[in-house]
Design a protein around this ligand. Structure first.
Ligand SMILES: [Zn+2]
Length: 134
């Protein structure tokens, strides 16, 4: 893990005190010791430490599967996608679905499709609370 952080010039986020001090002292890797068990508090700690602003649009977010970048894709692309076919076989009304979520995003690397569903709204609401300093 230390080797990877060093070679890819990434910051290490860990709750492991030993790993944290090894990264800092021996390898000169930027490391942050994450302190609290709650995910939102952890996010807030990372945000404050690095002075980050949480993105409001999916284009600025990475794919949760492979860390690839997301791009806005057309409805035609979406209708041909594997995810939509899966929903279709589950009996989801695709026309309604597309009306409800007008914007779809595709990972440039693994082609996974994303849309602003409940999960996205939850995340935006929570990170907004954090950004406002609650
Ligand atoms: Zn991906």
């Amino acid at each position: 893990m230390l080797e990877l952080s060093g070679s890819e010039n990434r910051a290490l986020l860990t709750r492991d005190t030993e790993l944290h001090s090894r990264a800092k002292q021996k390898c000169g890797i930027s490391s942050l010791l994450v302190q609290d068990g709650d995910v939102l508090r952890q996010l807030n700690q990372v945000r404050q430490h690095y002075g980050l602003v949480f993105p409001k649009e999916p284009e600025a977010v990475r794919c949760s599967v492979c860390n690839g970048t997301l791009e806005l894709v057309s409805i035609e692309d979406i209708l041909r996608s594997l995810e939509i076919n899966k929903l279709r076989t589950k009996g989801v009304d695709i026309e309604k679905f597309i009306q409800r979520y007008p914007h779809f995003y595709k990972c440039s690397q693994c082609s996974k499709i994303f849309w602003k569903g409940q999960h996205w709204r939850n995340m935006v609401n929570k990170t907004r609370l954090l950004s406002e300093g609650h």
